[in-house]
Design a protein around this ligand. Structure first.
Ligand SMILES: *[C@@H]1O[C@H](CO)[C@@H](O)[C@H](O)[C@H]1NC(C)=O
Ligand SMILES: *[C@@H]1O[C@H](CO)[C@@H](O)[C@H](O)[C@H]1NC(C)=O
Ligand SMILES: *[C@@H]1O[C@H](CO)[C@@H](O)[C@H](O)[C@H]1NC(C)=O
Ligand SMILES: *[C@@H]1O[C@H](CO)[C@@H](O)[C@H](O)[C@H]1NC(C)=O
Ligand SMILES: *[C@@H]1O[C@H](CO)[C@@H](O)[C@H](O)[C@H]1NC(C)=O
Ligand SMILES: *[C@@H]1O[C@H](CO)[C@@H](O)[C@H](O)[C@H]1NC(C)=O
Ligand SMILES: *[C@@H]1O[C@H](CO)[C@@H](O)[C@H](O)[C@H]1NC(C)=O
Ligand SMILES: *[C@@H]1O[C@H](CO)[C@@H](O)[C@H](O)[C@H]1NC(C)=O
Ligand SMILES: *[C@@H]1O[C@H](CO)[C@@H](O)[C@H](O)[C@H]1NC(C)=O
Ligand SMILES: *[C@@H]1O[C@H](CO)[C@@H](O)[C@H](O)[C@H]1NC(C)=O
Ligand SMILES: *[C@@H]1O[C@H](CO)[C@@H](O)[C@H](O)[C@H]1NC(C)=O
Length: 685
């Protein structure tokens, strides 16, 4: 029994001893930090793998060191499962590097120079029967090097090859990776993919972003779940039609490409998120029945370098190839050229929750005929050319989940009356930059659905954020916002707007108030005790409204006003509370910049564009406030130099005067001489 007890103690001591002893025997080991079975040796200036770590180490992190070669048998840790060697200038792994670490599953070799010793490295990798995760990103690998390195890695499930020099992928590229599930190929030079993934039946996530692909046609990877091909030069996306299988595709990202057509999606799919922003997509239904225009072809053919491949036929001008969009939840079409939706297109998406159409060419939107889904949560049709926005009562009440509506930057002059009060979940509305008024009490229309040139905001309980910038508003009726509990109200860019009492009903809830470019003069902010952020830029204010100081503000925009200075009392009060302040574009006085030092000295405040804040000195010369050395002020107060000049000039003048008098009285001869001279000269003529 006592013997047993002793072995227990010994066993307990063993790990401790292991941790403690190597410190002296292997100096490099100093740089490691051990946490259970993980050794963290990052940033240690190591040139080789530290020896003497515990035998049972399972995770070893050696990122940001100077290891150039991983030498044979240098990894004497038989339990090692994870090894990370990112950012090391690593050139090669010698063939027998892993002979003692056969359990390795995850290997991170990102950001090294493995293009140099890739052949030897490939031998080393072949000795790892359990390798599942491999990161080769940023290693300047080309097609051939990658193919060599990946040979026989049949157990690999996750592979990162981003940031290399791959150009062309074909059936040899990943042929042994039968277990591959996720592949990251972003930021290469790939311009062609030819049957490259036929040996990877489990591949579910593929990232091809930031390459040079001109098209993705004959897409038939039914197992794919997330495909990211954003930031390429893709003009065509065509899925193989008439496949009997349902595509597992859930997320397709084709944003920032050159698509002219809505992608030709699979017949049957589970697609939920479709990102198509920043292409040139429009719909061509109006050309479909127009035989005169059909001189143009109805089919597209695709060729590739090796062999002629697909003759993809697409009935381009009819809209029956959109494929299955019935599961779509997010449709992002921002920054395209959509003029209208084809008939029935929106109806095909019964569970759509976000429709993002910002920056397109929509002229009219008839919610009644489009039949938007009742699950719609966000509708963004900002920055289009909308003149008509129509909805009848039934449609509006059906949009029970609509929470976010952005109609800004359009040409709307009227809206269905009662639109906003019919939407029970509405939280945020942006109507900025349209010519729409706020209804006067007598204008408030009764019949819901009729077009009205003004909007009635009363009693919309759910509404929290309202943006009415640049609507040419002149006066806000005093009861315009009664019954609202807005937290955000932006009335900027309505020059000459009369505001004060109409928003006092919001004093309890309002947190952000935008009054930029409204020509307000002295606004009393004191009732608005919940305000956190105020924008009063571009208002020609010559002094800070003192009611500002009583608030608990975080953000204050004071740009482009006429402030000459900020009194030190105000500066101190503001610096205590504010997190962010905007001050550029004011004619500050260089001799009164105490406030700037106060802000500068306060670590908790971010003065946006601090180095761009300018001031004028006495002679109207502009300086940067930051460079306080470059301008000279005689006294603290800026006016003082004026007094110096005012005092100095009379003294000089009187001194001059006195000296002339003295000169003349004590040397009258001189006077005579000078007179004589002049007279003589005159007589000489
Ligand atoms: C790699 O796989 C090929 C067959 O695909 C086989 O002939 C070769 O022996 C394998 N090499 C190693 C080192 O396992
Ligand atoms: C692949 O590596 C790059 C660069 O190291 C990294 O930014 C990216 O997130 C990695 N991809 C995945 C899927 O982890
Ligand atoms: C696609 O990849 C790009 C680049 O890595 C990334 O910014 C974007 O968020 C990805 N898209 C999706 C849907 O994840
Ligand atoms: C498609 O699947 C259905 C049933 O799932 C089957 O009856 C039909 O033969 C299949 N067609 C083809 C072309 O595979
Ligand atoms: C046919 O084309 C003409 C001119 O491009 C256009 O005005 C007309 O609306 C088109 N016809 C149909 C049915 O869309
Ligand atoms: C039809 O195509 C032919 C040959 O491409 C061309 O010469 C002709 O002008 C086209 N006609 C129209 C109406 O576009
Ligand atoms: C491609 O399809 C078109 C139309 O069906 C046909 O005229 C053409 O011969 C086909 N080309 C090839 C190479 O099969
Ligand atoms: C909107 O669509 C409905 C249903 O299709 C139609 O009855 C109504 O006339 C349309 N309104 C306008 C202004 O086009
Ligand atoms: C509305 O939103 C709620 C909560 O997000 C959700 O449970 C409900 O299913 C949605 N209604 C519709 C019709 O989609
Ligand atoms: C509405 O859309 C415009 C233009 O796309 C954008 O600048 C603005 O921030 C959006 N409004 C809200 C409240 O998100
Ligand atoms: C304040 O309002 C002006 C005018 O609308 C705008 O240009 C500026 O971006 C706003 N400031 C902030 C911090 O949002």
């Amino acid at each position: 029994m006592p013997v047993h007890g002793l072995t227990h103690i010994l066993l307990c001591l063993l790990p401790m001893w292991r941790i403690l002893t190597p410190v002296s025997s292997h100096p490099q080991h100093n740089r490691c930090h051990l946490i259970q079975r993980t050794a963290l040796c990052n940033n240690g200036k190591l040139t080789s793998v530290p020896a003497g770590l515990p035998d049972n180490t399972e995770e070893l992190h050696l990122n940001y060191n100077h290891i150039q070669t991983l030498q044979d048998s240098s990894l004497s840790y038989p339990s090692l499962i994870t090894l990370s060697l990112a950012c090391n200038n690593l050139e090669r792994l010698e063939s027998n590097t892993f002979q003692d670490s056969k359990l390795l599953e995850s290997l991170n070799l990102a950001n090294n120079n493995l293009h140099i010793g890739y052949q030897e490295t490939s031998h080393a990798l072949k000795t790892l029967p359990r390798l599942r995760v491999l990161d080769f990103s940023e290693n300047e690998l080309n097609d051939e090097m990658a193919a060599t390195l990946l040979q026989n890695l049949t157990s690999l499930e996750y592979l990162n090859l981003s940031g290399n020099l791959l150009r062309r992928l074909d059936e040899t590229s990943f042929q042994d990776l039968h277990q591959l599930k996720e592949l990251d190929l972003q930021r290469n030079l790939i311009f062609e993919i030819d049957a490259a993934f036929d040996s990877n039946p489990l591949l579910q996530r593929l990232n091809l972003a930031f390459n040079y692909l001109p098209c993705l046609v004959d897409f038939h990877m039914t197992q794919m779940v997330v495909l990211n091909a954003s930031h390429n030069f893709i003009e065509w996306f065509i899925a193989t039609q008439d496949l009997n299988d349902t595509f597992q595709l859930e997320t397709l990202d084709l944003s920032d490409n050159k698509l002219l057509f809505f992608p030709f999606l699979p017949d049957q799919s589970r697609l939920r998120n479709l990102y198509l922003s920043h292409n040139s997509i429009r719909f061509y239904e109006h050309l479909a029945d127009n035989n005169t225009d059909l001189n143009s072809t109805t089919t597209v053919e695709f060729y590739n370098i090796k062999k002629y491949k697909s003759n993809v036929t697409a009935e381009l001008w009819t809209e029956n190839l959109h494929g299955d969009i019935s599961s779509l939840e997010i449709l992002d079409l921002r920054g395209n050229q959509v003029e209208y939706f084809p008939q029935g297109f929106i109806q095909k998406m019964p569970v759509l929750s976000r429709l993002q159409m910002c920056t397109n060419c929509l002229k009219t939107l008839n919610l009644t005929s489009e039949q938007l889904s009742s699950s719609l949560y966000e509708l963004d049709v900002s920055n289009n050319r909308l003149e008509q926005f129509v909805a009848d009562e039934g449609t509006m009440t059906a949009l029970g989940n609509l929470t976010y509506l952005n109609l800004s930057l359009n040409d709307l002059r009227q809206l269905p009356s009662g639109l906003f009060s019919s939407l029970p979940s509405l939280r945020s509305v942006d109507l900025s930059y349209n010519e729409i008024d706020i209804c006067l009490p007598e204008q408030a229309e009764n019949s819901i659905g009729n077009m009205s040139p003004c909007v009635d905001w009363k009693n919309i309980e759910s509404l929290k954020q309202l943006y009415l910038k640049g609507c040419n508003l002149e006066i806000i009726p005093s009861c315009a916002f009664t019954g609202l509990s807005l937290t955000h109200l932006d009335l900027s860019d309505n020059p000459g707007l009369i505001v004060q009492e109409s928003i006092e009903s919001l004093s309890r809830t309002l947190q952000h108030l935008g009054l930029g470019n409204t020509q307000i003069q002295d606004f009393d902010f004191s009732p608005f005790q919940s305000l956190k952020s105020i924008n009063i830029s571009r208002n020609s204010l010559a002094h800070l409204p003192s009611s500002l100081l009583k608030l608990d503000l975080n953000v204050l925009d004071l740009r482009d006003n006429k402030l000459p200075t900020i009194s030190s009392g105000h500066a101190n009060a503001l610096a205590q509370k504010l997190h962010t302040v905007f001050l550029t574009g004011n004619p500050f006085n260089c001799c009164q910049t105490e406030w700037f030092r106060t802000f500068e000295a306060t670590k908790t405040i971010n003065v946006v564009g601090q180095s761009d804040i300018e001031c004028q000195d006495l002679f109207q010369i502009i300086h940067r406030v930051e460079n306080s050395q470059s301008f000279l002020c005689l006294e603290e107060g800026g006016e003082s130099i004026f007094w110096y000049i005012l005092l100095f000039v009379p003294i000089c003048l009187s001194f001059l005067f006195i000296s002339i008098i003295v000169l003349l009285t004590f040397k009258p001869k001189m006077l005579q001489k000078s007179i004589k001279k002049k007279c003589l000269k005159r007589t000489s003529y």
